[in-house]
Design a protein around this ligand. Structure first.
Ligand code: ATP
Length: 597
């Protein structure tokens, strides 16, 4: 089954510009520093020799957390190179008189960027679209086409102007290539994660950069289309990836690829020639990939006889005339492992938001469906932990479901000064803050372990929570994946527990949010794009924790036998359990859903 929504053909969008001249260089062993730091300070990257020339496409890979992001920041001009090349302010780019900052653009995996770090309500997109959020995808690309005027009756109304014909034509061609044509007049806020990312790529290509930086593109369904577009628009492409996965670079031989690994430069085993890449593709690609991941790994036995946690019968979601989910039947039982799969926009996030109770239509799944004259009327219902949504209080639901998702990553507050420990502790209640400065009966201040306002935890509950927090920090934290400190688990974990959540790298934040989802051992765990941003060592640690390999299953490590897990990913080899372990697949397609064994 292909999740690429479009096959590529030979007709290419016509780019109304001259071919770019791309020539990045950093030679003679330059050091890279943060702005404001003297040359005597330890550089971020030392003795760098690197030239990127016209026509090249690069994968930036490596295992050290945060370094790939720093490299991208360097390319975007946010770091300083010493000694600076003689030519320009923005040292890594050849100049032809135009603004160098326009020439390199980045599209990152973060969905709705909130630079401020303030909390925002991601569930807003599931409800009625607010007036200020009405702006459509087309309007967001051509804001000059919207003009607010005062109408005859004195109300402000929007008047749509015509955009530049040539630009609009090019935009429509690009949008078509990315499968966005039907979405152009939808409010931007209603787009799915993948649709939003594709729209961002189109917007960036319209600005005509010479180099496009993609952050974690391989988790994106339409990466092949992106490769194709960047090629036809004659851009350089540079991708950042925690783990190498070359087949997507080479499935379309339009691209060559080079791998650069800062942390293991010169001893890298990553391929650097097309032949090497093709050999890797042959060896690691295709259907055998899944079985290779699990070869030699002890089997996990998934139990399908647990109690029903989620029961969907004829569940549907509509926005006006637009049906997103229709007549979904799905039961999730305690102990089961599910892989939820479907193309961008097929309704995976919507389905999860019904389960988490965030979607307003989770309350309205109980009415009889209008039956066609030929069919008997069928009831529909959504039962969460045996209750309709309206009967289960939201805090109860939140404490029963551990979630990791792009929405949560975007929404989790960065400004409130939470430490890693506190961020993990928010997982017991599934909230975004914890009570602070806890003083116990002995009068000693203690670290917060969560809890509801006005409800005191018993000593044994408090001890269990502390033990759980340590457990996830030790097994998923730096002691499990950092290159140093293996022999001193406690100090490494202690130090990590005290760090500020906001100061962590993206990969570390994602790991902490996974800890948060698992800490309370909730009956149901939803893992949506859980590996995004993580490095390969973090993924390996998390994977083996989830499978119970880092301890005896059921002793408090990894997933308990009664916990159910739903993993959402486009790639089978990203699911921590194999078909042989008993994982089941639920596929969303054209609005419908079915179990595929
Ligand atoms: N308020 C809305 N009005 C109209 N359509 C909407 C609205 N909200 C979401 N949609 C549409 O619902 C569909 C399903 O979105 P959803 O986010 O569930 O997809 P998804 O499968 O999670 O996609 P992705 O893989 O990109 O994350 C999308 O086509 C989206 O455009």
């Amino acid at each position: 089954m292909s999740y690429f929504s479009q096959e590529l053909d030979d007709s290419s969008p016509v780019r109304p510009t001259l071919p770019p001249v791309l020539f990045l260089r950093c030679h003679h062993g330059a050091n890279i520093h943060r702005f404001g730091q003297p040359n005597s300070a330890a550089p971020v990257f030392r003795d760098v020799h690197w030239t990127v020339s016209e026509g090249e496409n690069w994968a930036v890979v490596g295992s050290a957390s945060g370094e790939k992001a720093t490299l991208f920041q360097t390319l975007l001009g946010h770091l300083r190179i010493s000694p600076p090349p003689p030519t320009s302010l923005f040292p890594m780019l050849s100049l032809d008189g135009s603004d160098p900052y326009q020439k390199i653009s980045m599209v990152s995996f973060g969905n709705r960027a909130r630079g401020s770090g303030a909390f925002y309500d991601y569930s807003a997109r599931y409800g009625a679209v607010r007036e200020e959020d009405r702006i459509t995808l087309r309007e967001s690309v051509f804001p000059e086409t919207i003009d607010e005027v005062v109408g005859e009756l004195g109300y402000r109304q929007r008047e749509v102007q015509r955009a530049n014909e040539e630009d609009m034509h090019y935009f429509e061609q690009l949008a078509d290539r990315m499968g966005l044509t039907k979405l152009l007049d939808l409010p931007v806020v209603a787009l799915s994660n993948g649709q939003t990312r594709r729209a961002r790529v189109v917007k960036v290509i319209l600005r005509k950069p010479e180099l496009l930086l993609l952050d974690e593109p391989l988790s994106w369904c339409l990466f092949a289309n992106i490769c194709y577009l960047t090629h036809t628009a004659q851009l350089g492409l540079m991708c950042k990836r925690g783990r190498p996965c070359y087949r997507y670079y080479t499935s379309y031989t339009l691209l060559g690829a080079h791998a650069l690994s800062w942390d293991c430069a010169y001893k890298t085993t990553y391929p650097s020639t097309k032949d090497e890449i093709e050999r890797l593709v042959r060896e690691s690609g295709g259907p055998s990939e899944q079985s290779k991941v699990y070869s030699g790994v002890p089997k996990v036995s998934v139990d399908h006889s647990g109690e029903i946690l989620v029961d969907m019968n004829n569940v549907s979601v509509k926005y006006g005339d637009r049906t997103v989910l229709k007549a979904i039947n799905w039961q999730i039982k305690g102990g089961e492992r599910w892989h939820l799969v479907g193309a961008n926009g097929s309704g995976k996030t919507t389905l999860l938001s019904l389960i988490t109770g965030d979607h307003p239509q989770s309350y309205t799944q109980s009415s009889p469906l209008p039956a066609s004259p030929s069919e008997p009327a069928s009831q529909r219902h959504l039962r969460l932990f045996s209750q309709p949504r309206s009967r289960i209080p939201t805090p109860t639901l939140h404490s029963k479901i551990g979630v990791v998702s792009p929405e949560l990553f975007d929404a989790f507050p960065r400004r409130t000064g939470l430490t890693v420990w506190e961020a993990v502790a928010t997982g017991f209640e599934g909230v975004f803050s914890v009570p602070r400065n806890i003083v116990t009966s002995s009068g000693k201040p203690q670290r917060s372990v969560g809890g509801r306002v006005g409800e005191e935890l018993t000593d044994s509950e408090r001890q269990w929570r502390e033990k759980r927090i340590w457990d996830v920090i030790e097994h998923l934290g730096p002691a499990a994946w950092a290159t140093t400190g293996h022999d001193q688990i406690l100090p490494v974990s202690e130090e990590f527990a005290s760090r500020s959540f906001a100061s962590l790298s993206v990969g570390e934040q994602r790991v902490v949010l996974l800890m948060r989802a698992l800490v309370g051992q909730p009956p149901l765990v939803l893992l949506d794009e859980v590996w995004s941003g993580m490095d390969v060592s973090m993924i390996n640690a998390a994977r083996s924790y989830l499978r119970g390999e880092s301890g005896v299953p059921g002793d408090g490590r990894g997933m308990g036998k009664d916990q159910a897990v739903v993993v959402i990913t486009h790639w089978e080899n990203e699911v921590p359990w194999s078909a042989e372990d008993g994982v089941k697949k639920f596929v969303l397609e054209s609005g419908g859903g079915k179990v595929v064994q």
